[in-house]
Every structure is written in structure tokens, then in C-alpha cells.
Ligand binder design. Structure first.
Ligand code: ZN
Length: 268
């Protein structure tokens, strides 16, 4: 057992945080090809960025197209910083995270299918074959949204690496639907990715499939770790904060029993 002495009058040493600005300054230029997505419903030509910035976070290549006035540095810094906070055993298997400023052909097609608002896509995808993440629309997404999308895709990675741990998820969804029945939550600006109560999906996007529900659950738990309770009940002035575990006890218990999922949502 270790005995801690009181740390009076001394600054507590800052945890070792990488110098993100230096990392971004040192980023190499690269030309990259986004691999064709093996899962896409619509086949698209390879996306080619003529100019990109590339760095490594552990074993993971992070490559961001030079976009916007700052040459993609802000987006690169957001992604690198978030990846650094992901436990190494979780991010270790991810080969690359590639970011592009624009949309992919699929997204234009989906815009036509869902003309209201943002379309039913997250602006990112995970390739189960080469265990890589591709992120789109970095030029128009807020950093918080980039982080949510990245964590959603890491959620897909965790399920891919640890599939047995997530078997039975459909039943877990049904149990949480029963557990949160009768709860009403305040509306959110991001309806598609906001927690919902008394529904099968943890979010509207989680209604899409079991895998999307798992990815959304992991992303929400990461968000809660950073910002506090993910939702507010409508009762009380301004709404009473409610945690993920209170709303979805069965998902929480199931995730905490997984190796990578538990590490992802309890450590950073
Ligand atoms: Zn997804």
C-alpha cells in the first residue's frame, strides 16, 4: 500500500499531457487515399486528398486533410488530443483516423433521402476490415461534434474487437426501454444523438441498429465523463440532471463488464 503525504504548498505535478501544438506543428505533409469502405451500401470512388497533415498517436496514424484557413490544424489538434485521452489498449488496434473537410458521395445521396436538417449520418464511419476511422465534414463541425463522432466510431471499433462481450444487446435495449418508460427528457439541439427515454434506441440514431446503439452508448458515456450527466428530466426548474446509468442501468452494467468498453468509459 502506498501512503500519500499531504501536498501542502506544493503545486501538484500536471499529468503528462503531450504538447498538442508542437505535434501539430511537426505534422508531416502527406497525400493520402481514404480506403474504400467495405461496409458502404453505395460504392464510392476513393477519396483523394492532395495535401494532408499526418501524425502518429501511439500506433495510430492520424491524417487530416489541410482544410480551412488554419490548414486543418484545429481539426487535427482536436482529434489528436481526444485520441491521447483514450486508454492505449482501446485505441491501440485502430490503424488510422483520417479526416476530410468535405462530404463523401454517400452523404450527398443521404441528403437527398433526408432533406430535413443534417441527414441521418454522423459524418464519420468505421471500417471493420482495416480497423480505420474516416471522418467527413471536419470543416463544418464544431470540435464537440468531432469528438462525439470520433468516440462513436471508437465504439464500433470496440464492438468489432470484442464482439462476444456485446452479444445479447437487443435484450439489454428492451430492458432499458422498460426501465426508462415514463421518464421525459428535455429536448436537445442535437435530436438525433440526444439520449431518449422509453425507446429501444439510446438515441434516435441508436434506433438504426444494435451496432449503432452500442456506438452511441459508448460515445454518450464518454461525453458524460467529460461534461457530467448526459440528460435532464423535464421535472424541476431547468430540469433535473440524470445520468446515463440512471436512464440505462442495463447498458451501463453490460458495458462495465466488457474489457475495452469499461476502460473506454471509466478512464482517460
Ligand atoms: Zn455508427
Amino acid at each position: 500500500m502506498q501512503i500519500f503525504k499531504p501536498n501542502v504548498g506544493r503545486a501538484i505535478a500536471a499529468p503528462s499531457v503531450p504538447d498538442i501544438d508542437q505535434i501539430v506543428r511537426d505534422a508531416r505533409s502527406a497525400v493520402f487515399l481514404v480506403p474504400q469502405d467495405a461496409n458502404a451500401e453505395i460504392s464510392v470512388p476513393k477519396y483523394i486528398a492532395q495535401s494532408a497533415a499526418a501524425v502518429k498517436v501511439g500506433a495510430t496514424d492520424v491524417i487530416v486533410e489541410r482544410l480551412g484557413a488554419d490548414g486543418g490544424r484545429a481539426a487535427l489538434a482536436t482529434i489528436v488530443r481526444e485520441l491521447h485521452s483514450v486508454p492505449p489498449e482501446v485505441r491501440g488496434g485502430i490503424q488510422s483516423v483520417m479526416g476530410a473537410g468535405g462530404k463523401r458521395l454517400d452523404d450527398f445521396v443521404r441528403d437527398l433521402a433526408y432533406p430535413d436538417g443534417d441527414g441521418r449520418y454522423t459524418g464519420a464511419e468505421y471500417n471493420t476490415v482495416n480497423k480505420s476511422i474516416v471522418m467527413y465534414r471536419l470543416a463544418d463541425l464544431e470540435p464537440a461534434k468531432v469528438i462525439f463522432n470520433l468516440n462513436h466510431e471508437i465504439g464500433h471499433h470496440i464492438e468489432t474487437v470484442e464482439p462476444a462481450a456485446f452479444r445479447g444487446w437487443a435484450e439489454i435495449q428492451r430492458r432499458d426501454m422498460a426501465a426508462s418508460r415514463g421518464v421525459t427528457l428535455m429536448r436537445s439541439a442535437d435530436e438525433l444523438h440526444a439520449p431518449q427515454a422509453g425507446k429501444l434506441g439510446v438515441t434516435g440514431y441508436g434506433d438504426t441498429s444494435v451496432s449503432e446503439d452500442i456506438a452511441e452508448s459508448l460515445a454518450l458515456l464518454r461525453l458524460e465523463q467529460r461534461n457530467g450527466p448526459v440528460a435532464r428530466r423535464t421535472d424541476g426548474a431547468g430540469g433535473v440532471p440524470v445520468t446515463f446509468a440512471e436512464l440505462y442501468p442495463h447498458r451501463t452494467a453490460a458495458i462495465l463488464q466488457t474489457r475495452l468498453g469499461a476502460a473506454f468509459v471509466t478512464r482517460s
